[in-house]
Design a protein around this ligand. Structure first.
Ligand SMILES: C[S@@+](CC[C@H](N)C(=O)[O-])C[C@H]1O[C@@H](n2cnc3c(N)ncnc32)[C@H](O)[C@@H]1O
Length: 376
């Protein structure tokens, strides 16, 4: 049986563009979605893609942080006459399926431009240029039953804006992406943060690349204030972390907010998870040096998501025992005070890869930052 593919517009935020493809592929892989690319320019704020059904398209939108909204494509052209021709043909050929939307009680048409500003008057003129659309409902800008988007794209270069749009697109909004989570998990309002806390958007993108899903066991071996655990827990992971810094893990380090002189007594990674309604996903965090093996052979993580120290804002150190063979006064029952030494980045990354190879389940992912410039 042949599958009927449907065309969609993915409208992305132009932020952290480098992670867009990786996030898309991870989500598609996580849900086992089928798709076909119609766009070549993956850095543009929109992609035209095909999914076999609205259900699959909605599944993708239910996880994407990079996505602003997903729309069912009605028309796409490079010149105005071509665009209007396509839109008219689409409406005629799909009249029956579209009827309910055109007859909806209320509607809204949003005009969005990229790399060019339109005045309100120009936007209204664009909407009026499509007066052949058989829309019957009333305008409702706040809470419409149906929302269509008219998009004009003027390239990516603000110093070379073309006279006419490169792409003109029209479609019906199906769903928004998950960008509301960026505000919901913002560091600005988070209970416990430190100087190296990872921004909410990047943490969420990392959790998506790790394909975290309900019931996963997720570990961060350089957990700091636990930002990466927050996003993993938000997507249903049970989270564990470790860090060498006792003061950080116990929220006894100096506060990083200018307005805060002393830390609140109840600041902790657990309190952060509680703040976001996922306390039950908290397993534990422990003070441990990553260079010293700690875990039982049989433990297996679904993903490891981490932001290792680069030695810029935080020390890269490990614990070691320095024995002086010449020290004849030392006996076995004496208290041992471990000392620390520099944890060179190549060793740290080698340990991380070895650890992932040993403790990740088959198919599980290691998602981490990699300072190429410092490792060359
Ligand atoms: C870039 S920070 C991680 C920040 C964290 N993602 C957050 O959101 O707060 C790196 C962390 O690695 C820890 N660290 C440094 N050396 C370590 C070691 N040998 N073992 C475990 N943790 C270590 C530091 O204490 C620091 O908290």
């Amino acid at each position: 049986m042949t599958k009927l593919w449907k065309k969609y517009i993915l409208w992305f935020a132009q932020e952290h563009v480098d992670f867009r493809v990786a996030e898309f592929e991870s989500i598609v892989n996580l849900f086992g979605l089928k798709f076909r690319h119609l766009s070549q320019q993956l850095l543009n704020p929109f992609w035209l893609v095909e999914f076999p059904s609205d259900e699959q398209a909605l599944q993708y939108a239910s996880r994407s942080i990079a996505l602003r909204s997903i729309m069912e494509l009605y028309a796409h052209g490079h010149k105005m006459p071509e665009f209007h021709e396509q839109l008219k043909t689409h409406v005629q050929t799909n009249g029956q399926q579209l009827e309910a939307f055109f007859k909806a009680e209320t509607f809204k048409v949003t005009v969005e431009t990229y790399n060019k500003h339109f005045s309100q008057k120009e936007k209204v003129a664009k909407i009026e240029s499509m007066d052949y659309l058989p829309i019957e409902g009333d305008v409702n800008l706040k809470n419409p039953t149906v929302e269509w988007w008219y998009l004009e794209f003027y390239g990516l270069d603000p110093t070379a804006v073309p006279a006419t749009a490169d792409d003109i697109i029209f479609g019906r909004v199906l769903a928004q992406g998950q960008r509301h989570l960026i505000k919901e998990l913002s560091l600005k309002t988070r209970k416990f943060i430190g100087n190296t806390s990872m921004d909410a958007q990047l943490s969420l993108l990392m959790a998506n690349q790790a394909k975290v899903c309900d019931g996963d066991l997720v570990f961060d071996p350089f957990v700091g204030t636990g930002s990466l655990l927050v996003s993993a827990a938000k997507f249903g992971g049970y989270v564990l972390g470790s860090d060498i810094d006792f003061m950080m893990l116990h929220a006894r380090c100096r506060p990083s907010r200018i307005s805060q002189k002393v830390r609140d007594k109840d600041e902790s990674i657990r309190a952060n998870l509680k703040q976001y309604g996922c306390e039950q996903r908290y397993m534990d965090v422990l003070v441990a040096d990553f260079s010293n093996p700690l875990w039982h052979n049989r433990i297996s993580f679904d993903s490891i998501i981490t932001d290792p120290p680069y030695g810029i804002r935080e020390a890269t150190e490990k614990v070691e025992s320095k024995h002086n063979p010449k020290d004849v006064t030392r006996t076995a029952d004496m208290v041992h005070y471990p000392s620390t030494s520099h944890y060179a980045l190549p060793h740290l990354y080698r340990d991380l890869l070895d650890f992932a190879a040993k403790y990740l389940r088959l198919g599980g992912r290691l998602v981490c930052w990699f300072p190429f410039h410092r490792l060359q």
